[in-house]
Ligand binder design. Sequence first.
Ligand code: FES
Length: 103
Amino acid sequence: MMATRLCALAELSPGVPLRVELDEVEVAVVRIGDEVFAVEDVCSHADFPLSEGEVEDCTIECALHGSRFDLRTGKPTGPPANRPVPVFDTTVVDGDVYAELDT
Ligand code: FES
């Protein structure tokens, strides 16, 4: 499995989503404390970028209609979305954040 570089850790402000556009996928990257979460940056409700939304308690809220997703699992925790968004495992190596995108 190949790890893809998403960004530098220093680019991430705690709790503020960063949109990273790659060839294969757009990713919303969120740092919370020492952890970095990465989810596909497409709301499962109507395809709005989740990175436009706000983060609270490991949950990201879609800015368009307010769906909420658990950043750890991608599962919806608040309507109207009822399908999960893909999540990607991340690692931090030498100050850069990598994700396993082909899971
Ligand atoms: S597009 Fe995200 S809640 Fe509707």
